[in-house]
Design a protein around this ligand. Sequence first.
Ligand code: NIG
Ligand code: FE
Length: 471
Amino acid sequence: MNVTVGTTVGATAVAGISELVTNDPAHGGVLGIVRDAALVVADGRIVWVGPAARLPAVDRFIDVGGRAVLPGFVDSHTHLVFAGDRGAEFEARMSGVPYDGGGIATTVSATRQAPDDALRALLSRRVRDAAAQGTTTLEVKSGYGLDVAGETRALRLGGEVTSETTFLGAHVVPPGSTREDFVRLVCGEMLRACAPLARWIDVFCEPLSPHAFDADEAREVLTAGASAGLGLRVHANQLGAGPGVRLAVELGAASADHCSYLTDDDVDALADASGALPASAGPGSTARGSAVPGSPGRGSAVLAAGAGTVATLLPAAEFATRAPYPDARRLLDAGVTVALATDCNPGTAYTVSMPFVIALAVRELGMTPAEAVWSATAGGARALRRGDIGVVAVGARADLAVLDAPTHVHLAYRPGMPIAHRLDLPNDATLIDPTLSDPTLSDPPLTDPTLIDPTLSDPPLTDPTMKEPHR
Ligand code: NIG
Ligand code: FE
């Protein structure tokens, strides 16, 4: 493979792409694939996409040697700010003990005891591990502080690594509080302190858990959050059929997450809500409604970001709780927009690996590889109401992933193989959140040249001079 890098810093071309996943409906199919493709990036945005044979002249040129390139993964549901270990709880579950959310208190206690620097180091390591596997956007929730100081601290730390922060004060009722007092605190003093630090509010709506919140409590939390200017997300229908999904749809939440147990009414409600998403809303979508632009202040929307409620599936949680997997096929066939995310947390899903989630979705949720890749990229972007990510099109952020493989199919075909990486471009802003990166921190490259499949040829994809966004 030839890597030719010119001397002028400016537009950078990426060529030698065997398969470019664009998610742009203009290119057809579920994934808008362009074969033998190239793209050009300038100032952190994509400025040209097309066949390599028509690549315009540019200052810099990177040949990825016949690899597949895709939008970076959009992990729209994580709980990355935590300390402590619940390996014993996992071990007990593997002997038949069911999950009911009670273990969250263990993590609250460990997280409260952790100094800021220790928590920041744990968070940074998780962000780095996610980027190393191709994730370029992360949503990060609070929810292991459960008092005003702990929740604001989690959101401040989360805000150091992403602008997609979510206030999850209503995770569980902490020991020592009554339900009424805690809901009052979450909707009052805690919300006032946390709203300026968050984009979203979430609630664990699960009447089957003695620790989580019922429909009335969840409604109170979500309406208070909306009044404070926050967008809505809901942990819904994880442990059994319940009110969470319909509440999410009724209140216009961006996402109903888990969706493991759904009635026909729930599926219908989600399908109707997907009608509010634009026609490009993905595989199986019957989208028919109007499009709205991407988030203000995030640059021009490339594809309309949508306004409906996405069903976000989190199969790593079913994996680690030995619970039945959600039925993605049923949702897609009904026209629901589906996102995939990791749910990274110490209780139910201790992983930041979107490739692992894609493999599970294909094997266990009834998705095709193309549907799973769409849901892990464009679907995640829809769940965050972002039009500038999850797509490779002119004007989109140059947030890209590269596979040590010729096609996206290998993500599910070779589970556990470390083939996905964030694609770092020299002198370019392909960072998770460039405004938050610390240029004084430098790290070794994310990829190890000795690990790249020799049959796909050679030099390291990342440049050792490229800085890491966060650590
Ligand atoms: O999404 N269900 C609620 N919250 C997390 C689990 C949190 C925990 O057990 O620590 C979830 O699965
Ligand atoms: Fe979660």
